[in-house]
Design a protein around this ligand. Structure first.
Ligand code: ZN
Length: 198
C-alpha cells in the first residue's frame, strides 16, 4: 500500500517523556537537559535591544523608519534560527524514540501566570507541533499527557504526591528516600503517564 508508511523510520526500543519547564527549553526522561543555543539567546537579546531603541525614536521620523527596518530584520532572523534549531531537535528526538510523550500545554491557561512569558518566548507550541507531525510522518507515537497531572510533585519511584515546592527548588527528597531532580522527575512521570494513557 502506498501510504506515508513509505517514510517510516526503522523501529527503536526507546520511548521518551519531555518536560517543558522554566529552567530549560526541555528536559528528557533520560536526564538530557536541552537549553536554547547561545546564538539564539544572543539574537533574542539583540532583538529586544533594537525594540527598545525603536520605542525611543520620534514618531514619523526617518530614524524611526530605519529602526523599524532593523527590528523587522532581527525578528525574522530570530524566527528563522529558532525554527531551524527546533527542526533539528524534533527530528533527532523522533529518530531516537519510538514514542514521545509531552505535557499538554494550554498556553491560554498559563497566560495569567508568571510562566506566560517563557511559554511565548520559548516557542514550545511550534516545537510540540513539529514533534506531532513528524511522529505521524515517520511512524512514531506522539501523545500529549493531561496538563492537570501533577508531574512535578509526584515521586517517580513510589508515586507519592509531595508538597508543592518553590520554582527555585531544583531537587527534592521524597520520604521514600528517592532524591529527584525536579525536571527529570517530571519528565519520567510524563513518560509513565503517556505509556499508561496511550
Ligand atoms: Zn517516593
Amino acid at each position: 500500500m502506498q501510504t506515508s508508511d513509505d517514510e517510516a523510520l526503522p523501529p527503536v526500543d526507546a520511548e521518551v517523556g519531555i518536560d517543558l519547564g522554566p529552567t530549560h527549553f526541555a528536559v528528557l526522561s533520560d536526564g538530557t537537559k536541552i537549553t536554547a543555543p547561545k546564538f539564539l539567546r544572543r539574537a533574542a537579546h539583540r532583538l529586544k535591544r533594537l525594540q527598545q531603541a525603536l520605542s525611543r525614536k520620534q514618531r514619523g521620523s526617518n530614524n524611526r523608519k530605519k529602526a523599524a527596518v532593523k527590528v523587522a530584520r532581527a525578528h525574522a532572523q530570530v524566527a528563522d534560527a529558532r525554527r531551524d534549531w527546533q527542526h533539528k531537535l524534533s527530528t533527532q528526538i523522533i529518530r531516537d524514540n519510538q514514542a514521545v510523550y509531552v505535557e499538554d500545554l494550554c498556553v491560554t491557561g498559563l497566560a495569567r501566570t508568571r510562566l506566560a512569558k517563557s511559554v511565548h518566548d520559548a516557542g514550545w507550541t511550534s516545537f510540540t507541533g513539529m514533534l506531532e507531525y513528524k511522529a505521524a510522518r515517520y511512524g512514531r507515537t506522539f501523545h500529549r499527557v493531561d496538563r492537570f497531572f501533577p508531574s512535578t510533585r509526584m515521586c517517580s519511584q513510589c508515586g507519592r504526591i509531595n508538597e508543592k515546592t518553590a520554582l527555585g527548588v531544583r531537587s527534592w527528597t521524597c520520604s521514600c528516600g528517592a532524591v529527584h531532580d525536579r525536571d527529570v522527575n517530571a519528565a519520567i512521570n510524563v513518560l509513565a503517564a503517556g505509556q499508561a494513557e496511550s
